[in-house]
Design a binder for this molecule. Structure first.
Ligand SMILES: CC(C)(COP(=O)(O)OP(=O)(O)OC[C@H]1O[C@@H](n2cnc3c(N)ncnc32)[C@H](O)[C@@H]1OP(=O)(O)O)[C@@H](O)C(=O)NCCC(=O)NCCS
Length: 158
């Protein structure tokens, strides 16, 4: 299968933080940010796979700063590495204060998506081609993360 460069599926997704998603302190709920991370990750995964994908795992997430209502949540996602039927997608989240233009990095996450056909069978994916030095670093590191998460999966199943 012919490979596709990372840049072809890199995606950006943004959403204004609205009161409906606030906790008692008036900041956005962590679960809302997790939902957006899943969506942003799926965008890059779908653009790479061009077939349905399911979320197999999300490694973990830190929330470094609160997101206030009225701020813009910006998410960027890219495919770090394709294995066989699965791929690791990295998502980075920023929050932008629309009054000042200041941006802060609030979270990052690694997600694994698996490509499936309409019958629910896993499908092989085209390889991803890292071009920049940062893409190459992410590509290398993704292999170690995969080993770690598959070990966690083995333990969770036993
Ligand atoms: C994720 C899922 C497709 C894995 O199916 P499975 O038959 O148990 O998986 P397999 O062992 O055959 O693995 C298929 C691929 O997924 C990868 N994978 C499976 N579970 C994984 C996990 N927890 N983390 C990372 N990768 C995982 C495997 O490494 C394999 O990748 P490869 O083909 O690139 O080597 C299946 O468990 C599923 O459909 N889960 C529900 C997904 C879903 O609905 N998500 C939305 C949230 S509810």
């Amino acid at each position: 299968m012919e490979g596709k460069p990372v840049r072809e599926s890199q995606s950006e997704y943004s959403e204004l933080a609205l009161p409906n998603d606030a906790n008692a302190l008036g900041n956005v709920l962590g679960g809302k940010v997790m939902h957006l991370v899943d969506l942003a990750g799926a965008l890059a995964a779908l653009r790479h796979a061009r077939c349905p994908v399911v979320t197999a795992s999300i490694d973990y997430m830190n929330f470094l700063h609160p997101v206030h209502i009225g701020q813009l949540i910006i998410l960027r996602s890219s495919v770090n590495r394709v294995f066989h039927t699965s791929m690791e997608v990295g998502v980075k989240v920023w929050v932008e204060d629309l009054q000042t233009g200041d941006r802060q990095h609030t979270s990052s996450a690694y997600l694994t998506f698996v490509a499936v056909n309409r019958e629910g069978k896993h499908c092989p994916l085209p390889p991803v081609i890292p071009e920049t030095s940062e893409e190459k670093r992410r590509y290398q590191e993704a292999l170690h993360r995969r080993e770690y998460r598959l070990e966690l999966r083995r333990r969770a199943k036993s």
